[in-house]
Design a protein around this ligand. Structure first.
Ligand code: ASP
Length: 345
C-alpha cells in the first residue's frame, strides 16, 4: 500500500480569495500568496506536501486571457509527474471560462485539477475562502481504493458542490454557492463529508499520457440575439474581421427570427466559411433545433446545434478547435461531438 503523503500544487492566479482592502481607496486589491496561507493556518493540519506557484502579480480574473490559461496549463504540464493533484485559486468572475478552456487544453488528464476561489477575501471573518481552499485540497488528494485519483478531470469546487468545469456557470455575484452546472449533476456534494457522485465523474478508458494543447485561436465571439436586432447590426457582427467562429445565443430551444433577411444573412455567413454554433440563452436545458420551424431553419442554413453546452464551454471549445488548425468543416464536426464531457450528445 502506498502510504506517502499526497503532494498537491496550488497555483494561485489571484481573485477575491487573496485580496485585501486598500486602506486609502477601500478597493479590494490582490495580495501575495504568503498572505493567503498566513490566513489559513489549518492547512498545516492536513498531512499533505503542499507547494505553490503564483502569478506575478496575481490578477483580478476579469483580466484573464488565453495567455494566462497557457501559463496555468504549462505549470500543470511541468509538474504533472511530481504532484498528485492541482488546486487553482482563481477569481470567480471568469473562473468558468478558465475551467472550460483547461478541460480542452489538457487531453488525457488523469489527475485532479480543482479550481476554486471565494466571494469574500480570505482574511475576512465570514470568509468562504478558507473552507473552499481546504475542501479543494482534500478533493485533490482523494484517491480510490485502487490508488487512482477520485477526480480525473478539471472541476470547480465552490461551497457545497463540486462541478464539472466545462459544464459550469457563475450563477451569483453574492451567494457562497456561486457556481452551478445547470445541465449536469454535481460531481460531489459537500456537507459533513465529501460525497462523490461516482456515476458523474469522468473515468478515462485508457491511460494515455497527458497532451497539452497550447494553441488557442481568439478569432471567435458570442452573438446574442434580441428582439429588434436589425439586419445592418446583424450582418455587421457576422462579418467582423478576423472572426471564424460564432456562438449564436438563441431564444429558448434554439430559436431565431424567421425573417428572410435573417435566414439569408446566416446562409451567407455559413457559405463564407463562418462556423456558427447554436447555444440557448436559457441557463437550463438546451437546443432542440427540430422542435420549431424557427430552429429548424437555422439547421437547414448550416448552423450547428450546441445541444446543452454552456456559453463558456462553447466559446473556449471554438478557440481550442481553431487553435488546432482545423478547417471549418472539421471544427463543425467536432462541435457535434462531446470531446471532454462538455455536452450531452
Ligand atoms: N473580481 C474578482 C475576480 O474575479 C471576483 C472574485 O474573485 O470573486 O477576480
Amino acid at each position: 500500500m502506498n502510504t506517502r503523503r499526497p503532494r498537491i500544487l496550488i497555483i494561485y492566479t489571484g481573485g477575491t480569495i487573496g485580496m485585501i482592502e486598500n486602506p486609502a481607496t477601500k478597493a479590494l486589491e490582490p495580495f501575495n500568496f504568503d498572505h493567503l496561507i498566513d490566513n489559513v493556518p489549518k492547512i498545516k493540519m492536513l498531512d499533505y506536501d503542499i507547494d505553490n506557484v503564483q502569478f506575478d502579480p496575481p490578477i483580478d480574473s476579469s483580466d484573464m486571457n488565453p495567455r494566462h490559461w497557457q501559463d496555468i496549463a504549462r505549470t500543470i504540464e511541468e509538474n504533472y509527474d511530481t504532484f498528485d493533484g492541482f488546486v487553482v485559486l482563481h477569481g470567480t468572475d471568469t473562473l468558468a471560462y478558465t475551467a472550460s478552456a483547461l478541460s480542452f487544453m489538457l487531453e488525457n488528464l488523469h489527475k485532479p485539477v480543482i479550481i476554486t476561489g471565494s466571494q469574500l477575501p480570505i482574511g475576512e471573518v465570514r470568509t468562504d475562502g478558507e473552507e473552499n481552499l481546504i475542501t479543494a485540497l482534500q478533493i485533490a488528494a482523494s484517491t480510490e481504493p485502487d490508488g487512482e485519483p477520485t477526480v480525473q478531470e478539471v472541476a470547480i469546487l465552490f461551497e457545497n458542490y463540486l462541478w464539472r468545469g466545462n459544464r459550469s456557470t457563475k450563477m451569483s455575484a453574492d451567494n457562497f454557492n456561486a457556481f452551478k452546472s445547470n445541465n449536469y449533476p454535481a460531481l460531489a456534494k459537500i456537507g459533513l463529508g465529501i460525497h462523490f457522485n461516482r456515476d458523474a465523474l469522468s473515468r478515462p478508458a485508457s491511460k494515455l499520457p497527458l497532451i497539452v494543447h497550447y494553441g488557442l485561436d481568439t478569432g471567435v465571439m458570442p452573438l446574442d440575439l434580441y428582439p429588434g436586432i436589425s439586419e445592418g447590426t446583424f450582418r455587421h457582427m457576422l462579418t467582423t474581421p478576423g472572426i471564424k467562429g460564432i456562438v449564436l445565443k438563441t431564444f429558448g430551444a434554439g430559436n431565431a427570427p424567421t425573417y428572410p433577411w435573417f435566414q439569408e444573412a446566416i446562409r451567407d455567413a455559413v457559405n463564407s466559411g463562418l462556423v456558427i454554433l447554436n447555444v440557448t440563452q436559457c441557463v437550463n436545458g438546451g437546443v432542440h433545433a427540430k422542435r420549431y420551424k424557427s430552429g429548424n431553419a437555422l439547421t437547414n442554413a448550416g448552423v450547428i446545434s450546441g445541444h446543452d453546452i454552456t456559453s463558456e464551454a462553447a466559446i473556449t471549445k471554438l478557440m481550442y478547435l481553431f487553435g488546432l488548425g482545423l478547417t471549418p468543416h472539421e471544427v463543425a464536426h467536432h462541435l457535434s461531438t462531446s470531446i471532454r464531457g462538455e455536452v450531452s450528445i
